[in-house]
Design a protein around this ligand. Sequence first.
Ligand code: PLP
Ligand code: 3DJ
Length: 411
Amino acid sequence: MSESLAAKAAALDAADELAGARGLFALDDAVYLDGNSLGALPAHVPDRIADVVRRQWGQLRIRSWTEGDWWTAPERIGDRIAPLVGAAPGQIVVGDSTSVNVFKAVVGAVRLTADPARTDVLVDATTFPTDGYIAESAARMTGRRIVPVAPGELAGALGPATAAVLLNHVDYRSGRLHDLPSLTAAVHEAGALAVWDLCHSAGALPVGLDAHGVDLAVGCTYKYLNGGPGAPAYLYVAHRHQAAFDTPLPGWTSHRDPFAMTPGYAAADGAVRGRVGTPDILSMLALEAALDVWDGVSVDTVRAKSLALTDFFLECVAAYVPAGAVTSLTPAAHAERGSQVALSCADAPRVMDELIARGVIGDLRRPDVLRFGFTPLYVGFADAERAARVLGEVLSEVRAEMPAEVAAERP
Ligand SMILES: Cc1ncc(COP(=O)(O)O)c(C=O)c1O
Ligand SMILES: Nc1c(O)cccc1C(=O)C[C@H](N)C(=O)O
């Protein structure tokens, strides 16, 4: 271990104003760098869920829909997420998966543009696959076509035929942060609507949905928002679009008067229009409880720590990992970096298995990407130092077993 890096980690941890938040989570001795896939469990959630199951469901039963405020949970919890992504209240509704919300948002965006000459839906060519699959179907159903575009080439691809653009704020594989303000402005300049997927940015960095005039957005809650496995996702529809938002999934809970149970559909006003069916209360109330860890926490502080953590991790990787053994896919520039570091290397599946066996939990994206997610609420600088040190040990061992010519030619 390098004394100087370990000492630096200790000093950074001592000065970390978020250090106390780690105690809010159920964690063990492992270094958990997979919060960009599944956030850790906030320690108070099990008791809250036990109350939901035992008292609200077990004793109050049907009365919980009203007395327990179950019915309004989707929009109430949406308003808890809103400040974390820079949205005023009344624009976010929680429910369904991200995939389903991508469908609502893309079809909704095309219907909002309502111009048959706008034939194209542009989609981030590097997107997490579900967004691409769903957008393709949404385009087909609305008589549009999909045009895959790398976010860096978006400006040249926009034009009078563009109806809507679906982009990821942070790339799931590389950790690259895309410039939401300027890309949204470019989309608007072309007369189209911008739909953003915030899965890898919400809870890790400021998003500024309202400030940057985003039209629609979706995101999951099981990563940096720590809502739990399969926690419901959310849909943002900007106030100015809500009256005309024509959801492709007009389920009864988005009706103006659901309990009138009329055959004709009349859409509710506001964010509620994004609802579909009965909310999944157990997951939803686990998420609501999990959001308590954000009380008094500023997203700007989280962002500052996230950048310091990823900077420090990269510094430790440079010091501990044999030269040429890894290549960072994550931009060095802060303005282009999310909250994860992605490193490509030879024998990546084996390297990640070894890291996990030694208590450093990241994940693998085939064929050769090691992903390390940094959740500032519970990851510290000593964690970053240990992760890089163990990575260096593993890579030294793996490379020692490789034929010399393979080790030399493979990054
Ligand atoms: C960018 C992005 N979009 C969507 C998803 C997943 O969507 P869903 O919640 O529907 O599984 C993920 C991760 O699983 C993701 O990283
Ligand atoms: N949602 C996931 C799941 O149900 C199982 C395993 C992983 C996931 C993920 O979230 C993957 C993640 N979106 C990614 O960035 O690759």
